[in-house]
Design a protein around this ligand. Structure first.
Ligand SMILES: [Zn+2]
Length: 692
């Protein structure tokens, strides 16, 4: 073996590694000439809706299309009808998709109008296009829809055509500080490493970075979460921006501007305004200043001094008549019927000391679009406890390449969940190579979506500011959408208990736990096969089988199936075995002591072949989907008839030890997924090395 020749780094061109489609960002879910589904052109309101209807039709098991809400009596006792949520001018309600496994099952919510409500599934809300001109903010959501439709139950798809599957999930999955987990982008000649030309070689959005995520992981998410996807909240504004305000192409007519607000008629005529034209100097409300929490504070200048108008007065602030951050009108009603008006604004405090909190708001949620979000949030109560189901929320905006977390309304202030919010924000910033910061450090706001969701509904809420322009040139849609794809799945993953997930992540607890790898499993000559997990003492695991269990299946490859992988085996069903507690201790990956929990797999003695297994753990705090091994992978334990096991286990043992030395933890999981042929090559290399 000539070591020098092997150490010479080999550099590749994209065509040496990947499929032609992947190199050209031709996505597998649509024909190459379908320009908007290929993310080479922007969707419009019409094509957005058409796409959603088509995806619903093709995937009726997981997608349910909706527009607005049906209405009824809402959480604050108001009677509302479906037309409450229709835009002022064009009369469309925001289209949205309910996504979960067996979406036609579960409970039906007669106010929201959706099926697929399950008390044990975690709900997440993802919203694009609060601001009309921020077009990438809904393209990213539509790409997430396409990816879900394509990936669900399509296990083991090779996204980049390199012969490997699921080898590079979002973010730095193996914690080595490098995003390109499989190193394929880094193996390119340097001239090819910055395919999106953002100046960052092998960064997010470049070919070969986070490009082969796990379809099993996405499928698991869909089956354990209820996702509410609202790609285009501000339909009125978007139509106006596209068709009137910014003549096509918008990136040339409105390089740094465009229409931001909705189309509320603020005058100059008193309502109803018989002049049907939009008055661009005055009309519209900034939907992301129209939520009720701390509405009107601290930027008084964006609140009208004359109720019902956007014109503050004849004073020095008259220059803001065309106020792009107009909050909407003051509320003029006595919401609680006590004879006072606006005496207890929504801020989590009992401002008037009457024993009730936030019962007479000063303004906010005055618009069809924000009322839709408010009622969807407050009426989606699967467990009937009066609280919103959305424990995590994400809203996409553009632009600035930021991830923002609350608060937005105050400066020099922190939420009580500051460290935890920073933690998840940093994960999403890592996936996108964006900057993670507190919203008010960018600029203070009032009445924004995330302050309301976090402040009123205790939801971990993030704002992503996508890209580098409001109307990004259409040639940049595909790679910017790819770069931002991971955040929508991340926020979905943490929807079970984001606070607990952050605590476990900050303390490095969950990732130091492990399930026994195949060579550690002691296969008895007959009876159950015990598989142990080593759990940290700070991890409050649940033994409830629905959230903590080993998934296993047995397969017996024949000669023709010897190179079967996850894709080929994907239709073979998994069984579930519970864990039981033990008094044994174990050593966690960080060297600390942990506790053993054990699952006894009921594998018949007569079976030979492969046992596939993986664990999913849940916590007493309601967390679930802690996956071992990570990322939707599984381990393969090869067993002969039990009596023969010893010999075979020895060979497997040697292979795995070497694998862990060469690649480290995550790579072992990945290596387990490789075809037998690759495995054989590896074994051959090992033998060669031994012989030299
Ligand atoms: Zn925005």
């Amino acid at each position: 073996m000539t070591a020098n020749a092997q150490d010479e780094p080999e550099v590749f061109a994209p065509a040496d590694i990947w499929s032609e489609d992947y190199i050209n960002m031709i996505f597998p879910w649509a024909p190459a000439n379908d320009m908007d589904r290929q993310f080479k052109e922007y969707h419009t309101y019409e094509t957005t809706k058409d796409l959603m209807l088509q995806l619903e039709q093709e995937n009726p098991d997981i997608f349910e299309f909706h527009e607005g809400l049906l209405g009824g009596t809402n959480a604050r006792g108001e009677t509302v009808t479906a037309d409450t949520y229709e835009g002022w001018k064009y009369s469309h309600s925001s289209p949205w998709m309910k996504i979960t496994g067996d979406v036609g099952g579960g409970e039906y919510n007669e106010f929201v109008g959706d099926s697929g409500n399950y008390a044990d599934r975690h709900d997440v809300l993802i919203v694009g296009n609060h601001h009309a001109r921020e077009w990438m903010s809904y393209e990213v959501v539509l790409m997430q829809l396409e990816v879900i439709a394509f990936s669900y139950d399509n296990i083991g798809y090779d996204n980049d055509g390199d012969g490997l599957v699921d080898e590079d999930p979002w973010g730095d999955a193996n914690n080595d500080g490098i995003l390109d987990d499989d190193g394929d982008c880094l193996s390119l000649d340097s001239e090819f490493q910055d395919s999106n030309k953002d100046g960052n070689p092998c960064g997010p959005g470049d070919l070969g970075v986070d490009e082969d995520y796990s379809e099993q992981f996405i499928t698991d998410l869909i089956n354990t979460r209820e996702i509410y996807l609202v790609p285009m909240l501000n339909v009125d504004g978007n139509i106006y921006d596209r068709e009137v305000f910014c003549p096509a192409p918008a990136w040339e007519s409105c390089p740094s501007g465009g229409w931001r607000k909705n189309l509320r008629d603020n005058g100059p005529d008193l309502l109803p305004d018989f002049n049907e034209e939009v008055d661009e100097d005055c009309d519209g409300v900034d939907l992301n200043r129209n939520y009720q929490f701390e509405w009107g504070a601290p930027l008084g200048a964006t609140v009208p001094l004359i109720p019902g108008t956007c014109t503050p007065s004849e004073d020095e602030r008259a220059g803001i008549a065309n106020n792009d951050v107009y909050t909407g009108p003051y509320d003029t009603q006595d919401n609680d019927g006590d004879g006072f008006i606006n005496e207890d604004n929504v801020d989590g405090e009992d401002d008037d000391n009457d024993g009730r909190t936030d019962e007479d708001w000063a303004g906010g949620n005055s618009e069809p679009e924000t009322r839709f979000i408010q009622d969807l949030t407050e009426m989606n109560d699967d467990v009937g406890d009066g609280a919103s189901e959305f424990k995590s929320t994400l809203t996409h905006h553009s632009y600035s390449e930021l991830i923002l977390y609350p608060w937005g309304h105050c400066t020099d202030c922190e939420t009580t969940d500051h460290d935890q919010l920073v933690y998840h924000g940093s994960k999403m910033a890592e996936m996108t190579d964006y900057t993670n910061m507190q919203s008010s450090d960018l600029y203070p706001t009032t009445g924004d979506f995330c302050d309301w969701h976090y402040g009123v509904h205790d939801s971990y809420c993030y704002t992503s500011e996508i890209g580098t322009a409001f109307h990004q040139n259409e040639v940049d849609i595909d790679h910017i959408a790819v770069r931002n794809l991971g955040t929508g799945f991340y926020i979905t993953e943490i929807a079970d208990n984001p606070r607990e997930r952050a605590d476990l992540g900050i303390a490095n607890i969950s990732k130091n736990q492990f399930i026994q790898m195949p060579e550690m499993v002691n296969v008895p000559s007959k009876g159950f096969i015990p598989v142990d997990m080593c759990v940290a003492n700070g991890f409050s695991y649940s033994l409830e089988q629905s959230v903590s269990h080993v998934m296993y299946r047995t397969v017996k490859p024949n000669r023709a199936q010897s190179d079967y992988g996850p894709k080929e085996w994907s239709t073979t069903a998994w069984s579930m075995a519970p864990f039981e507690g033990t008094s044994s201790t174990c050593t966690l990956l960080n060297g600390e002591n942990g506790t053993v929990i054990r699952s006894n797999l009921p594998i018949p003695d007569t079976i030979s072949g492969e046992v596939h297994y993986k664990a999913m753990l849940g916590t007493l705090g309601g967390g679930d989907m802690y996956l071992y091994p990570a990322n939707g992978d599984y381990y393969v334990l090869t067993i002969e008839y039990r009596a023969d096991y010893g010999t075979f286990g020895g060979a497997l043992f040697m292979f795995l030890i070497v694998a862990s030395f060469v690649w480290g933890g995550l790579a072992i999981c990945l290596r387990m997924m490789l075809t037998d042929e690759e495995e054989k090559e590896f074994m051959d290399a090992l033998i060669e090395e031994d012989g030299s």
